[in-house]
Design a protein around this ligand. Structure first.
Ligand code: NAD
Ligand code: ZN
Length: 361
């Protein structure tokens, strides 16, 4: 499956399939990037996967030499310190202005390698090769960045990749929890704009991990939703906010858990609470709110906030919303397949959070 994102810096392809890593030389040639040095940036866990070995093998003889740089896995390493090490590695490897970076890994590698690409010598081309299910989302849209000690993603840029290559064969080595975390974003994309995909996710048996080709269609449809949204609003001036559905409450719960909850797990809880906010104000039917919760549950995701301290959670929402007093801007589901941007009063969040927590939804 081949999609295309329109961006101010030009359009870029998003290629999805089982085994598409073997098409990488061809894609680099199409982009006229096959006569450059190639720096593959990854983390130490992905480095050891059979997928990565296959990718390197496919790249033998392509370009003017291959350089592999890796860093320890985990969000804690998505930092300026790691970026600095990567810059040094690139300089030492003789990497120059026109050369190309391949970001091979989950969202951490994508954000960090993309940030390095955006800033090294004022910008070099890069290609995203996402290897987690969650990264079907993060690899598209050109948001790159690193964390600071004070908070996540505080430094970054909009810097679109030259291509995104999502090979579902990479997913076979994910563990069940990484899988669930990614499914939350797949379900989110269905809620935003693809009711047929949602119906599939809520009723049909899911393809097994061992058979990644069965997942191509689902991944491609979720990615199409993101492609369409970021094509229409690259810089998050309006429409792109719909992608935040589930994320306002989700981020607060994720932070409150001290990141014990995975991102997708927190987004799942956020989606259910935000669906309840929408249902309470008559924007969404309770039947659809129930469908959202059931679909998430079906994929093994949590649907109730485990924390009773709603005030602490509200405070985190408030910080996130930068203390706006005439109501917080939320992306709320209005139907399966439609999200609206609305202002929500803190009290509405409190009521919905408590309803969901107590199981009245
Ligand atoms: P991750 O990159 O840390 O990957 C999770 C774990 O899986 C890591 O330990 C990694 O080494 C391992 N892994 C990766 N691929 C694997 C594979 N094929 N087999 C086995 N293990 C594998 O995290 P993630 O969940 O992919 O992404 C989270 C990050 O994405 C966060 O930093 C978040 O801020 C960022 N993000 C960015 C955007 C964006 O628009 N840029 C959107 C959402 C999330
Ligand atoms: Zn997310």
């Amino acid at each position: 499956v081949r999609l295309e994102v329109q961006s101010a810096q030009g359009a870029y392809p998003v290629v999805v399939g089982a085994g598409v890593r073997y098409a990488l030389p061809e894609i680099l040639a199409d982009l006229r990037l096959d006569d450059r040095r190639i720096a593959v940036i990854t983390d130490e866990i992905v480095r050891e996967t059979p997928f990565f070995a296959g990718l390197l093998a496919a790249l033998q003889g392509v370009g003017r030499g291959l350089l592999t740089l890796q860093f320890p896995a985990g969000d804690a390493h998505k930092s300026l310190a790691t970026a600095a090490e990567l810059y040094h590695g690139l300089v030492r490897g003789g990497f120059r202005r026109g050369d190309v970076i391949l970001a091979v890994g989950g969202g951490v590698v994508g954000d960090l390698a993309g940030f390095v690409a955006a800033t090294y010598m004022r910008g070099v081309p890069y290609v995203q090769v996402p290897t987690t299910l969650l990264a079907h989302d993060s690899a598209i849209g050109g948001k790159v960045g690193v964390n600071l000690e004070e908070g996540k993603n505080l430094v970054g840029a909009f810097y679109p990749p030259r291509a995104v290559l999502f090979d579902t064969e990479a997913l076979t080595t994910l563990d069940a929890r990484q899988w669930r975390n990614g499914m939350a974003e797949v379900i989110k994309h269905a809620i935003i704009a693809d009711p047929d995909l949602f119906l599939r996710l809520e009723t049909q048996p899911m393809p097994q991990l061992a058979d990644p080709s069965g997942f191509v269609d689902i991944a491609a449809r979720a990615m199409r939703v993101k492609v369409d949204v970021v094509t229409q609003d690259e810089r998050e001036s309006g429409l792109r906010q719909v992608l935040n559905v589930g994320h306002t409450v989700g981020h607060a719960v994720e932070q409150f858990s001290g990141y014990a909850l995975g991102h997708g797990e927190a987004v799942s809880i956020g989606l259910v609470v935000e669906a309840a906010i929408a249902a309470n104000r008559g924007l969404l039917s309770w039947a659809d709110a129930q469908r959202i919760a059931s679909a998430l549950e079906r994929h093994g995701l949590p649907t109730r906030p485990p924390y009773a301290d709603v005030d602490a959670v509200l405070k985190l929402v408030e910080v996130d919303k930068k203390h706006t007093h005439d109501g917080w801007v939320f992306a709320l589901p209005a139907a399966i397949g439609r999200v609206e941007i609305v202002r929500v009063k803190p009290d509405e969040v409190r009521v919905a959070y408590e309803q969901v927590r107590e199981g009245h939804r």
